[in-house]
Structure formats: structure tokens, C-alpha cells
Design a protein. Structure first.
Length: 194
């Protein structure tokens, strides 16, 4: 007798069919948490393999996998069985989540020193020091090129994304990233000299 999946004629009893996955996704769309657990149990190993190949880090892969299933929970109602197999849909979500994480990690590494610099600048434990920092910041912001200054304020004070800034300024995202980096470097240089 052969073990399932090792060349024998027996079907792989543990492997869910497309119909099983479609039913589970449909139940998840209706808010069924048990269906989400069953979907996780049935597909997590395959999806984890996908995110792990992209991220090459087990911990990041586990985090991404969790995000995948949060997205599945939120978007299960948008799955259309006529558009493709459920595993392909799930794999696409996993791939996109992993790629998003890679992009976020790259963006976070673009200006790590400046990000820490802004956090230290925002530290307001002492009121007098806070006032002096605000004055210095306002003075130094005036020395930053206007487009760069505008991007800095919108990104770091208003929470705008690079894409939103690119649309507002009709520039490519990479240009916005360059403006932010140059603006931060200019601001940092001025504040350190003050």
C-alpha cells in the first residue's frame, strides 16, 4: 500500500478541492470565523511558501501570512469563482502582500537616520526645549526649497503617502522620494547647525 500522494492510486485525502475552497471562501464572505480557520488550515502551508520565497525571512513571512488572511476576511465577498481558481486568488493575495512588505522595507531603509531624527525632534518632554525646537524647526523649514518643504509637511505632519504627493505635484513617486530625502537632509543640516 502506498502513502497518499506518493505514487499510489489513492487520492490525497487531506488536499481540499477547488469546490471545497470556494465553499469556504463563500462562508468567510458571510462572516464565518470557523470557515476562515478551515481555509487557513487548508491553504496556509502553500501560501506561506509563496510569501517566504519572496521575503526570505520566516518572521516576516509569518506576519505577511497573517495579513493575507486579514485581507481574505475583508475581501472574500469579492472572490468570483468564474474568474479563476480559489487557490490562484489566494496566491495572488499572498504574493501582493509579500511584495508590498518588500516595498515598505525598502522605503523604510531609504532615510532611516532622518526618520529617527524627526522622532527625536518631536520628543516634547520639556516645554521650554519644545518651544526652542519649534522655533528652530520653523526657521529651518523656511530654508528648505518650497516643493521639498511642502512634501515634508504633508508627508510627516499630515500623513500623506508618496503616491498622494506625486499626484498632487504631478511628478513621479521617485521624484517625491528624492525631494523628501533632500528636504530632510537640508532640514537636518540646518537644525544641527542651529
Amino acid at each position: 500500500m502506498h502513502a497518499a500522494g506518493q505514487g499510489g492510486d489513492e487520492p490525497n485525502v487531506g488536499a481540499p478541492t477547488d469546490a471545497d475552497l470556494v465553499r469556504l471562501i463563500g462562508a468567510v464572505a458571510e462572516g464565518d470565523r470557523m470557515a476562515l480557520r478551515a481555509l487557513y488550515a487548508a491553504t496556509a502551508p502553500k501560501l506561506f511558501g509563496i510569501v517566504l520565497r519572496i521575503l526570505r525571512d520566516r518572521s516576516a513571512g509569518e506576519d505577511a501570512l497573517q495579513e493575507v488572511f486579514v485581507r481574505v476576511w475583508q475581501r472574500a465577498g469579492s472572490y468570483d469563482p468564474q474568474a479563476g481558481s480559489p487557490l490562484v486568488w489566494l496566491a495572488a493575495i499572498a504574493r501582493h502582500k509579500a511584495i508590498d512588505r518588500v516595498r515598505q522595507d525598502r522605503a523604510a531603509r531609504l532615510i532611516p537616520a532622518e526618520d529617527g531624527f524627526l522622532e527625536r525632534l518631536a520628543d516634547t518632554r520639556d516645554g521650554e526645549t519644545d518651544l526652542a525646537r519649534r522655533d528652530a524647526l520653523a526657521r529651518c523649514l523656511e530654508t528648505v526649497e518650497p516643493d521639498h518643504r511642502n512634501c515634508l509637511v504633508l508627508a510627516y505632519c499630515e500623513g500623506w503617502s508618496r503616491e498622494e504627493l506625486a499626484a498632487r505635484h504631478s511628478r513621479p513617486v521617485n521624484t517625491i522620494k528624492t525631494w523628501l530625502r533632500r528636504g530632510l537632509m537640508s532640514l537636518r543640516g540646518c537644525l544641527e547647525a542651529a
